[in-house]
Write a protein that binds this ligand. Structure first.
Ligand code: C2E
Ligand code: MG
Ligand code: MG
Ligand code: MG
Length: 278
């Protein structure tokens, strides 16, 4: 059972039938093979400073080109990896590849890289030292790395997760809260996690603009963030009108198809070179 998510990927939705479990099992084996044979790649999407128009950072997004199914959505295969004990390997692969690429980019641009991290990875006792090792191996300056976590970490709100985030913050790694407002948002947690340096407002609010309520919510998030000294990113900007509303709200950074779609590393490198030259 497949459904097009509208992002040009295949996602699996129905959970209740045997057919679905069979597919999940097959995909799980395929994912293991893909991790071994490098069928996985990273796409990169720039994040722009709204005031200056400069590329502030680049988000790494995992891509899986399945031999028979074609492109499988990261939402699907990340969930499979989480359920089948492969998320640590997938996560480490993404982190290492993104840091290696970003280390190369330092020669042409002062940009950071953002890597998505699953809540399950954060619960692994060795996660912080794995990040330190990747930074040492790739030579990426620690201040260039940002880890995007989602509100699902609140579900695993343990001392261990808090300690890991605090330790990463002390090392100089940025912690960003992705998809803010999509799930388990709570002011309690925003207060309990002072290590978060950036909020990424969930795309649903951006895409509901122009509109009175989404604009009010976006403005409120920007005010709260700035009062906390937290940077705000508007994600999923698809139109000029949305971008303008975001700018008017005082939002710091913007990301979305209207500005630039995720591309392969080579195209991203060209974009960084051209922008420096121009
Ligand atoms: P995310 O981290 O919130 O990433 C943003 C998603 O929005 C990406 O989808 C991106 O392609 C898409 N996007 C960007 N601009 C626009 C826009 O203007 N309009 C629309 N409709 N979409 C836009 P993608 O690449 O399919 O990734 C989906 C999710 O999968 C990510 O959401 C992230 O949660 C997860 N993911 C991707 N790569 C990894 C990874 O390496 N590790 C982990 N744990 N999760 C990952
Ligand atoms: Mg993200
Ligand atoms: Mg997001
Ligand atoms: Mg500003």
């Amino acid at each position: 059972r497949a459904k097009d998510t509208g992002r040009g990927h295949l996602a699996l939705f129905d959970r209740d039938d045997r057919e679905h479990r069979r597919l999940q099992l097959a995909l799980s084996a395929d994912l293991r093979a893909a991790l071994e044979s490098r069928y996985l790649t990273l796409a990169y999407q720039p994040i722009f400073d709204i005031d200056t128009g400069r590329i502030a950072a680049v988000e790494a997004l995992a891509r899986w080109d399945h031999p028979t199914l074609g492109s499988v959505s990261p939402e699907t295969f990340v969930a499979i990896a989480e359920r089948t004990g492969q998320i640590d390997r997938l996560g480490l692969w993404a982190l290492h590849s993104a840091c290696r690429q970003a280390a190369e980019w330092q020669a042409i641009a002062d940009i950071g890289v953002r890597v998505n991290v699953s809540a399950l990875q954060l619960r692994q006792p060795g996660f912080v030292s794995a990040v330190a090792r990747v930074l040492a191996d790739t030579g990426l300056p620690v201040g260039r790395l940002g880890l995007e976590i989602t509100e699902t970490v609140w579900l695993a709100d343990t001392a261990q997760v808090r300690d890991a985030l605090t330790e990463l913050h002390r090392m100089g790694v940025s912690i960003l809260l992705d998809d803010l407002g999509s799930g388990h948002s709570s002011v309690t947690y925003l207060n309990r996690y002072p290590v978060i340096q950036a909020f990424k407002i969930d795309q649903s609010y951006i895409q509901a603009m122009p509109g009175k309520r989404p604009e009010a919510i976006v403005s409120a998030i920007v005010s709260l963030a700035h009062a906390f000294d937290v940077t705000v990113v508007g994600e999923g900007v698809e139109t000029e009108a949305q971008f303008e509303r975001l700018r008017e709200s005082g939002c710091d950074l913007a990301q979305g198809f209207w500005l630039a779609e995720p591309t392969d590393a080579e195209t991203m490198t060209d974009m960084l070179r051209t922008r420096r030259a121009g």
